[in-house]
Each structure stands twice: as structure tokens, then as C-alpha cells.
Design a protein around this ligand. Structure first.
Ligand SMILES: [Zn+2]
Length: 407
């Protein structure tokens, strides 16, 4: 297997999470009587460009099917994050009715609705019908497709180029990162700006967030590697912000290479941080499997002890990262009988692999749990605030990553 970016031969596998089904492949009751497809889930690091990546195994269109169940608007914290970003960028770039904004992976319109409200022309690019339908109801034009160089050139030839291209949590999810980046270059106006948000590999490694590894998540990105990919494509990163979203993300700001914009000091500072942490040496990656196994073993021991004592542990949040953790640990409904989630699209279904049923939060009361394990640890505070009234006051809320602790 070769590196997705620089084509160097990949020789360093540093994490093996066994086999798992695609993390968003929720199952209906009828599906439970059929075979389920599992794919290897392993991470490699490229010693040439330091891109961390999963093994190639399936076409992207089989992962993002039309009944894709992830709706961005489900998380109120994320909606708020999008609103703040929109207000800030509209002001910074002085966007007006004559500007044009494109969001790639626009999902259910959680972000572009803020531009529609300000009468700023925009276009969402989104391959999943279920979320695109929701966005169109908010008067957001949506092009139902995957983004890449071909699509960008098609837009350009129809007279469309963007003042602002936004990509939130999509860059890590594209199988061909070079093609996607060439698309960004093609679609961007001469004076245009690109902003991308992606989970920061530095945080994944530092806090052992191995559950953020799943098949739909092809790349795990550092500022160093993204800068390199951009430079190869004729783009340039001129600013970067650290965000708390998704366990620690970066938001990069980029423009055409030849565009004269000063580079902010944050770029050098974060590159330095990555270097100091050892992200460009193999030693850092070689201890990761052991650290992940300690977390998995501790969780299993805890669940087995609780089962022996007759205490009931349920989970909250039918998120992709929860599925990675549950499947790697081999947790089934005998240890965790239910997972609760506010997304109606997931309720009544079963988690891929573990087959744990997904129930509405209102059903928490009847279940009388002693412990609720919050799988999306990145929004644990929000989950507890919204749901603590649904359980007895002495119910413990816990997270498993970076270590098993009470929220
Ligand atoms: Zn490489």
C-alpha cells in the first residue's frame, strides 16, 4: 500500500483495531438476520510526509449511502460553533450579496443557513440525500455529489468560483486527498479564502483518541502534512486556529500561493508544537497500540465487574467513535444493553457490529441505569446537561477516553 499523498511505500502500521463494519452502517431489525460485512481497521504512518492513514479497502460511495444517519444539527454545541464561525468569517472577509460561498459536505445545512439568512449566495456540496433534503428545506441550494477536481472544473466552466470555500470535518474523510485539494485550488477565486476544520492528529496521539479511527476517516492530519499537501497544489496556509471541537481540531485558513497575505505567527507555533511532540519520528507512533489497549482493557474489566455486581451500565451517543470502541473491545448487549441517542434517524436501529439497540433518551428513565457511559466524550458535558433529569440523581455519568473517569 502506498501513501495517499506522496505515494511512498507504507511500511509502518502502528495501530490494529481488528475488523469492524463501517461505523455508520446502522442495522434494522431485519438486518440482524443477515450477514454483516467487516473490514480491517488499521492505521499506517508515512515516514516521508507523516500522513497517518487507514488501509484502502472500499469505495467511498459504499460508506456514505443515501440513508446516511449523521445529521450535524443534532448537536446544539456544533450548531452554535457553526454560527459563531459564520458571523466571524462574514465580517473578516466582508462577504456581501455579490460574494459566493461553497461548503463541501454541507450536511443538513447547519452552517450555510447562516449565510442564507444574510442573503449571501451559497452552494452546498453533499452526496447524501437524507441530509441534502434537510438542507434544501432551509432554502440552501445543494449539489448532490462528491467533491473533487472534476466537479470543481465543472463548476468553474459554468462560471462559478468561490470567494470562500468551507470544509468542516470532510478533509479527513476523502479517499483521494490530492484530488480534493486540486479541486479546492480550481474552485477558488484569485483573492479567495479556504477554511478547513479537521481533528488534530496531535490531540489524537496525545490523548489516545483511538476511537476516532474508523473507515470513513481516511486521513489523520497534522498541520505539517496539510501544509505540505497544500504547497504541492499551489495553495498556502496563512493562519491556523486551535479549536476544542471533536477533542481538539485545527481550523486552517488558506489562499493561492501567489496571493500576498502575511503568514500569522500561529502557523510556525503549531508546527513547532508538532515537532516538539515527536510527530515526525516513528517512536511516537510505536507506543500507541499499547496505550489504546490499556484503555480498552480497563473498560472491559470495569464492565465485567459491574455485571458481576448486578449493576446496569448503558451508553449514550450512537456516534461513529462509540462504534470503534465497542467493536474493538468486543462489547455486546450483555454488557451494555442499550445506547441512547437524540437523533430520530438512529432510534429503533442497532449499532453495527455490537448490535446494541439505539433508544430515545426518554426511555432512560425506565431502564434505571446505575452508570451511563458517554461514548462521544467530546460532548459529554452537553449530554449530561441535557439528560441528567431523565435518570436518578445518583446515576454516574462516565467517559472511557482518554481514561475511564466520571464526567
Ligand atoms: Zn506520504
Amino acid at each position: 500500500m502506498k501513501c495517499r499523498h506522496c505515494k511512498h511505500l507504507l511500511q509502518h502500521q502502528f495501530l490494529d483495531l481488528g475488523f469492524a463494519p463501517p461505523s455508520n452502517a446502522y442495522l434494522s431489525q431485519a438486518d440482524l438476520t443477515r450477514p454483516e460485512l467487516y473490514y480491517p481497521l488499521k492505521l499506517y504512518v508515512c515516514e516521508q510526509c507523516w500522513l497517518v492513514q487507514t488501509e484502502d479497502y472500499a469505495a467511498a460511495d459504499s460508506l456514505f449511502s443515501s440513508d446516511y444517519a449523521y445529521f450535524s444539527s443534532t448537536s446544539s454545541g456544533w450548531v452554535q460553533h457553526a454560527k459563531q464561525y459564520s458571523e466571524k468569517i462574514i465580517e473578516t472577509l466582508s462577504l456581501t450579496k455579490s460574494s459566493f460561498v461553497v461548503e463541501i459536505a454541507s450536511n443538513d445545512g447547519y452552517l450555510l443557513k447562516n449565510f442564507v439568512e444574510q442573503d449571501i449566495p451559497c452552494l452546498g456540496i453533499e452526496p447524501t440525500d437524507s441530509t441534502a433534503d434537510a438542507a434544501e428545506k432551509l432554502n440552501i441550494p445543494v449539489l448532490r455529489d462528491f467533491f473533487g477536481e472534476t466537479l470543481a472544473e465543472r463548476l468553474v466552466s459554468s462560471g462559478k468560483q468561490a470567494d470562500l470555500i468551507i470544509g468542516n470535518n470532510v478533509y479527513a474523510h476523502v479517499p483521494d486527498i490530492n484530488d480534493f485539494t486540486r479541486g479546492l485550488k480550481a474552485l477558488l477565486k484569485v483573492n479567495g479564502t479556504i477554511t478547513l476544520e479537521f481533528p488534530h492528529l496531535l490531540q489524537l496521539i496525545t490523548h489516545c483518541q483511538f476511537d476516532t479511527v474508523y473507515h470513513e476517516h481516511f486521513s489523520y492530519l497534522s498541520l505539517f502534512t496539510v501544509s505540505r499537501i497544500f504547497e504541492k497544489t499551489g495553495l498556502r496556509i496563512f493562519d491556523v486556529e486551535e479549536l476544542s471541537t471533536h477533542g481538539g481540531s485545527l481550523r486552517i485558513y488558506a489562499c493561492h500561493q501567489e496571493h500576498k497575505r502575511p503568514i500569522c505567527e500561529s502557523v510556525a507555533r503549531i508546527l513547532e508544537q508538532e515537532l516538539d511532540c515527536g510527530m515526525r519520528s516513528l517512536e511516537l507512533y510505536q507506543t500507541f497500540q499499547h496505550r489504546a489497549d490499556v484503555i480498552k482493557d480497563n473498560l472491559l474489566t470495569f464492565l465485567l465487574e459491574k455485571k458481576a455486581k448486578g449493576e446496569r451500565v448503558v451508553a449514550y451517543g450512537a456516534a461513529a467513535k462509540g462504534n470503534t470502541l465497542l467493536n474493538y473491545a468486543g462489547i455486546k448487549p450483555d454488557l451494555v444493553p442499550a445506547v441512547f441517542d437524540a437523533a430520530k434517524s438512529k432510534q429503533g436501529q442497532y449499532l453495527p457490529g455490537s448490535h446494541i439497540p439505539v433508544l430515545a433518551p426518554e426511555q432512560l428513565k425506565a431502564m434505571k441505569p446505575d452508570i451511563v457511559l458517554v461514548l462521544p466524550w467530546n460532548i459529554a458535558d452537553e449530554v449530561v446537561a441535557q439528560n441528567s433529569a431523565l435518570v436518578a440523581p445518583d446515576t454516574k455519568w462516565m467517559i472511557a477516553i482518554p481514561e475511564l473517569i466520571r464526567v
